[in-house]
Design a protein around this ligand. Structure first.
Ligand code: S3P
Length: 430
């Protein structure tokens, strides 16, 4: 799994692409489809490794999930109380969303379960979900005092709490909302900035009683969830690589179709526009409660900007590729309030500073972000993905503007979120 790939400089990206389904929404469609009564059909489900980890975990808990010949996923819901004890450890692979959301859900089941993951996931912090769940009455054990996976969970009767999260994290919020489906009384989560709200939207779409208010969300227990037709929009976090690629490569004009533009996720569009990027939204529409558009992007001269505050959670997965745009912009870009990047699939601040530095960019690490001085072009080098899909794809984007080919080591990880990334890149370079 250490396949390396070489990307050569480009003279412009042209054409039309459709990016694969949204990773966050795909996870949630399996979870809620499994807990609903009746059948859920998921159109545009992302068949990336992260989502397949979630799918297999629910199959292991007795849920019938099949892929129809037309690609639609059919989930035979078992109802809120229909999951069965898995006979073996559930492997979440590289997927933090699978592990954290399922910890919340499993804490409320009347059975025992164990969650593990790959070498990267087993290093990531789990206390952020374990602690508030314990306050609801959950019984969870794990390494480092239940701060790291593997986690062992003895399902228990939970009580609703009012929780003030110190971090803006959709995974923390969603873990508590899923636990709250089973708790006695209401569960309320407050967050310092609004994190992605796909759980709230999809819970409401399936019939749960969720109430969002400024600064938080409340869920009432024991709803009757009903199977639905879910149409998953394209993942803006995947589109982001192509948006930046087209912006930084002179001569580019690219149409990216079917991109989810949920305001809690569209920070990348605001950031790239404030940098001077030419991005147009076409044919705005709504799919299963989520806003969607086609995005037309043209190569643009970019300038440095300051990024912080509530823009950070709205673009949290895009900072690796934003740092590539900044490395080639005129002037200085300052990214602050982004300390969460230190605990993603890898430490994304350290990884991008190191790898972009090898390409000749001028990047400095800050405790909570990066300072980037733009340069006119990058140089060829051998770089590493750190086992992180978004670092690998960001390096491929940077390579388009290098003076010589860039070899990226360990690229198999791109399959976690974007299995056909390399084919699409080939297609638009042609
Ligand atoms: C996700 C939430 C975010 C994001 C991750 C997916 C989700 O994580 O980085 O890729 O689907 O809820 P945090 O909640 O840790 O910020």
């Amino acid at each position: 799994m250490t396949q390396s790939l070489t990307v050569s400089p480009s003279r412009g990206l042209r054409g039309e692409i459709t990016v694969p389904g949204d990773k966050s929404i795909s996870h949630r469609s399996i979870m809620l489809g499994s807990l609903a009564e009746g059948t859920t059909c998921v159109h545009g489900f992302l068949e990336g490794e992260d989502n397949l980890s979630t799918l297999k975990a629910f199959q292991a808990m007795g849920v019938n999930i099949t892929r129809r010949s037309d690609g639609v996923l059919e989930i035979e819901g078992r109802g809120l109380h229909g999951l069965r004890e898995p006979a073996d450890v559930l492997d979440c692979g590289n997927s933090g969303t699978t592990m954290r959301l399922m910890t919340g859900l499993l804490a409320a089941q009347r059975f025992f379960s164990v969650l593990t993951g790959d070498q990267y996931l087993r290093k990531r912090p789990m206390k952020r979900v374990v602690e508030p769940l314990a306050a609801m009455g959950a019984r969870i054990w794990g390494r480092d005092g239940a701060a790291r996976a593997p986690l062992a969970i003895n399902g228990a009767a939970l009580r609703g709490i009012e929780y003030r999260s110190a971090i803006a994290s959709a995974q923390v919020k969603s873990a508590l909302l899923l636990a709250g489906l089973y708790a006695e009384g209401e569960t309320t989560v407050h967050e310092p900035h609004l994190s992605r709200d796909h759980s709230e939207r999809m819970l409401a779409f399936f019939g749960a009683e969720v109430r969002s208010f400024a600064g938080g969300v409340t869920i009432r227990p024991e709803p009757r969830l009903e199977g639905r037709e879910v149409r998953v929009p394209g993942d803006i976090s995947s589109a982001a690589f192509f948006l930046v690629a087209a912006l930084i490569t002179p001569g580019s004009e690219l149409l990216v179709r079917n991109v989810g533009i949920n305001p809690t996720r569209s920070g990348i569009l605001d950031i790239l526009r404030s940098m001077g990027g030419d991005l147009q939204l076409l044919d705005e529409r709504t799919l299963s409660g989520e806003p969607v558009a086609d995005v037309l992007v043209r190569a643009s001269a970019l300038r440095g900007v300051e990024i912080g505050g509530d823009l950070v959670p709205r673009a949290i997965d895009e900072f690796p590729v934003i740092s590539v745009a900044a490395a080639l912009a005129e002037g200085t870009t300052l990214i602050r309030d982004a300390q969460e990047l230190r605990v993603k699939e890898t430490d994304r601040i350290a990884a991008m500073v190191g790898e972009l530095g090898s390409l000749g960019a001028r990047v400095e690490a800050l405790e909570d972000g990066m300072r980037i001085e733009g340069v006119a072009g990058l140089q060829g080098a051998r770089v590493r993905s750190h086992g992180d899909h978004r670092i690998a794809m960001s390096m491929a984007v940077a390579a388009l503007r290098a003076a010589a080919p860039v070899t990226i080591e360990d690229t198999a990880c791109t399959a976690t979120s974007f299995p056909n990334f390399w084919q699409l890149l080939e297609q638009v370079r042609a």
